[in-house]
Design a protein around this ligand. Structure first.
Ligand SMILES: *[C@@H]1O[C@H](CO)[C@@H](O)[C@H](O)[C@H]1NC(C)=O
Length: 196
């Protein structure tokens, strides 16, 4: 009799504990993204940019990485437009309010290149769930290579934006830096696919 009571008490507490666990993850749909983001270099930026997609990402690591890349692309695209327009104005000379820096000459191309690399990486991981063996390894390795190359492009661009070339140019430099951080986060999330 006593052992039956003990059995039920253990059973009840187990049920209670597991239902607590389910409830707490339900209450916080971003907890999966937060914990994945904790493995990136910029976890705050990671959640700010990806937690809004929690409902669509669920706890799918491939989808999370792909969303991270699309967020990066959405930041890179307007930058390349912005840099071209700064360059155009700069080529008209200082009187038009433009400041010529060597940065702007290279950066347009570098940012376009980075955008293509991140796009290619997002495509490379599309449908990964349905693949097996070396195909998976190969695709992840490609995405890692391309994202690293994108970070190098962005870093080169950031460095060239260095010294005070006016408020507007500095703002662009900051945005390039931010895009570089987003790309770094996306790469970290891809790296998690190998380690998990
Ligand atoms: C990322 O963007 C591409 C192009 O717009 C789209 O085809 C793809 O479905 C997007 N990926 C995710 C995870 O939303």
């Amino acid at each position: 009799m006593a052992s039956t009571a003990l059995f039920f008490s253990i059973l009840t507490s187990l049920l209670f504990t597991s239902s607590m666990a389910i409830t707490s993850s339900d209450q916080n749909p971003t907890s999966y993204i937060r914990s994945s983001c904790s493995r990136t270099l910029y976890p705050g930026l990671c959640c700010a940019s990806l937690c809004p997609f929690a409902a669509r990402v669920g706890s799918d690591p491939v989808l999370l990485a792909r969303f991270a890349m699309n967020v990066t692309i959405s930041r890179l695209k307007p930058l390349s437009v912005k840099i071209s327009s700064l360059r155009r104005r700069a080529s008209l000379g200082p009187s038009s309010g433009g400041v010529v820096t060597s940065a702007m000459k290279d950066c347009g191309g570098l940012i376009n290149d980075a955008t293509d690399l991140v796009k290619k990486s997002e495509k490379e991981l599309t449908g990964l769930e349905g693949m097996v063996g070396s195909e998976v390894t190969w695709r992840i390795a490609n995405a890692q290579t391309w994202l690293s190359a994108a970070i190098t492009d962005e870093g080169t661009c950031t460095d060239e934006f260095g010294n005070g070339a006016g408020e507007e140019v500095e703002q662009v430099g900051k945005k390039v830096k931010r895009a570089e951080q987003l790309t770094s986060n996306a790469l970290a999330l891809v790296n998690c696919l190998v380690n998990s």
